[in-house]
Design a protein around this ligand. Sequence first.
Ligand code: HXC
Length: 268
Amino acid sequence: MESPFKAELLKGKVALLTGGASGIGYEISVQLGKHGASVAVMGRRKHVIDSAVEALRSQGVSAIGFEGDVRKRDDAARVLESTVKHFGRLDILVNAAAGNFLVPSEDLSPNGFRTVIDIDAVGTFTMCHEALKYLKKGASGKNSAAGGSIINISATLHYTATWYQIHVSAAKAAVDSITRSLALEWGTDYDIRVNGIAPGPIEDTAGFSKLLPQEMLSKPKEQILVSKLGKKWDIAMAALYLSSDAGKYINGTTLVVDGGEWLTKPAY
Ligand code: HXC
């Protein structure tokens, strides 16, 4: 689908995306790149990163990939440093890495709960924390006009309650809270904008295919959801809006991009 934004929207900017080599994160990588940003993707699986970088480059995007786990502070610091070394600066951090599985609470071990909190919530904080020195206005390669922008990918699961998602719901509630706290502190002190995106049901994603209970998958989509399914492209357009000057007065918000689906929760 053709973008409504100008191709040079993010010209000269540099973005790092955790989870940027697959799913929603990859589509955000593509669109940031197609709108002029240089893109670094971070992930745990080398072959996934390699093929994402190849695909990005084949679309004319200036791209590089780094292996790393957001649960490891050293990985976060190394990937951020390597990104700035390679591209000379950092303007946009997108925290899209996430872990998930469907499990009733009574069958979820405390370690399983902790694992998802570690990836989604602690990982998001760790990346933001290690990125701060590069995102501040006046940091390497940047002038003193404005700081960078952070986008944390969230969900709508925790607005009410969602079956078999206690771990992810708790993690994404924490992510939304992190978004607001950092927006307040870093927006005031460093002119860094911190926002979130809460995708609804997005087709062709792990979140949609893995997480919908099996019994619902046998029903026609119209019976599952009141609204239409979204596309990864819809999330990427929201990321362009929030990370560009179009969103320069938006700070501390988590934008729900779901066609209004969360209004119907619980849908089943
Ligand atoms: C119950 C499970 C489980 C499952 C893992 N665990 N999978 N418990 N049901 N299906 C438990 C394990 O038993 C263990 O606890 C603990 O979790 C850690 O498991 P590991 O396998 O050692 O962890 P790890 O190898 O680090 O894998 C992390 C992961 C994995 C989260 C478990 O699925 C992952 O990395 N997935 C990433 C890709 C992904 O799922 N992306 C989808 C994101 S979609 P014990 O007690 O046994 O030691 C998304 C959308 C959200 O986020 C919104 C949706 C609408």
